[in-house]
Design a protein around this ligand. Structure first.
Ligand SMILES: [Zn+2]
Length: 367
């Protein structure tokens, strides 16, 4: 016997409301859902002023504007108030405050388990991209354990024996004469400098390494082109549909800061921003990808100050319509660093916390 029409309408409307509720929850998604893929982008040496150059010069079309979830980290190291990239990346990769120069070891030089080891244990595909040598301090902390960042030959060997599945960057000089390790772990290593990234087809069972310069990659000013953007898009094709963890570094924002060269900093920021955009586009379509963007520290003490001019009487004035970059130091600074997050789990990254918490937050999302 059929239920009376009123009851049938009531039941139907409850079902519709329940479904609507559920789909709203899913589309908001970022609070309770756990990500299947994590893409962690580090702008080495990228403080708020470096990010502000994009707002000044890119007419507000930059990709940082797309983030709604923002936090701040304190970046001091275990040995100094001001960190270097090695201690900064060890904090992210291993969750430990260590001494400046340490690669994946704690303050007593003991090896400390890193995110790639943790994620690989759970069958995640892992990868690293950098515009420095892939053996440089920041990427190295995600796969190597050694007392000092200078040990780049040792670091290179550890890369080939590590759980990393995909890497791209410079550093060919440090991986020479390691054919045995390459073959042992079935690496496909490509050292040609003319990458046609779009045409590469990946076998998900294989490991891929791209070493496109002897040490660090060339600068944007000197014609690096879209290496970071293209390698990132290629890595997204490689990891697509699989559980994965990627670390992508805009390494040379830091080098521009050390050189106190505004043009160098800005062009490296533009390159990093374009890459952040590619990752956000992927994450928006995918819906299961967490994107976190931050820096290990600020470099150069960059200030965006007003240009000055002299009037007819020789008195100096500030021109608040003309901004110029001015640097305070050739080194790093102690400024708090912003963290931007998008996707499932993003809300974890709000608030003020220590740089080591980044490690704990990623692990919490893995569980
Ligand atoms: Zn530096």
């Amino acid at each position: 016997m059929k239920a009376p029409i009123l009851i049938r309408i009531l039941v139907l409307s409850i079902v519709i409301q329940f479904t609507a509720c559920n789909s709203t929850k899913q589309s908001l998604g970022s609070t309770s859902k756990k990500p299947k893929r994590i893409i962690f982008l580090i702008g080495d040496g990228m403080g708020l002023s470096q990010i502000s150059t994009l707002f000044l010069q890119k007419d507000n079309t930059n990709n940082f504007k797309r983030f709604k979830t923002i936090g701040f980290i304190n970046t001091s190291s275990g040995s100094h108030k001001i960190t270097d990239s090695a201690a900064g990346a060890t904090a992210f990769a291993c969750g430990k405050k260590t001494y400046n120069g340490a690669i994946g070891v704690d303050i007593d030089t003991n090896a400390s388990v890193n995110l790639i080891e943790k994620f690989s244990e759970k069958d995640y595909v892992t990868g690293l991209i950098a515009t420095s040598s892939i053996t440089h301090a920041t990427p190295a902390c995600f796969y190597a354990h050694t007392k000092h960042r200078r040990n780049e030959f040792d670091i290179a060997k550890q890369l080939l024996l590590s759980d990393v599945d995909f890497f791209a960057g410079g550093g060919r000089d440090f991986l020479r004469e390691m054919n045995a390790e390459m073959q042992l772990y079935n690496w496909n290593i490509d050292t040609s400098n003319t990458q046609n990234w779009e045409s590469i087809t990946f076998n998900p069972e294989h490991k891929y390494g791209y070493l496109l310069s002897g040490k660090g990659m060339t600068t944007m000013v000197n014609g690096r082109g879209d290496f970071l953007y293209n390698a990132t898009n290629a890595s997204l094709r490689y990891l697509d549909k699989r559980k994965s963890f990627m670390m992508i570094e805009g390494s040379q924002i830091d080098w521009g800061g050390h050189a106190n060269d505004y043009e160098y900093v800005f062009t490296e920021m533009e390159d990093f921003d374009k890459t952040v955009g590619a990752v956000l586009d992927y994450a928006e379509k995918d819906g299961n990808t967490l994107v976190v963007v931050t820096a290990d520290h600020e470099t150069g003490g960059l200030a965006l100050r007003p240009a000055s001019y002299q009037d007819a009487d020789g008195i100096s004035h500030n021109d608040y319509d003309a901004v110029e970059g001015s640097f305070n130091t050739g080194g790093h600074t102690a400024a708090l660093i912003p963290v931007f997050a998008y996707g499932p789990g993003a809300s974890e990254f709000q608030g003020f916390y220590e740089n080591t918490e980044i490690f704990n937050k990623f692990l919490k999302l893995l569980k």
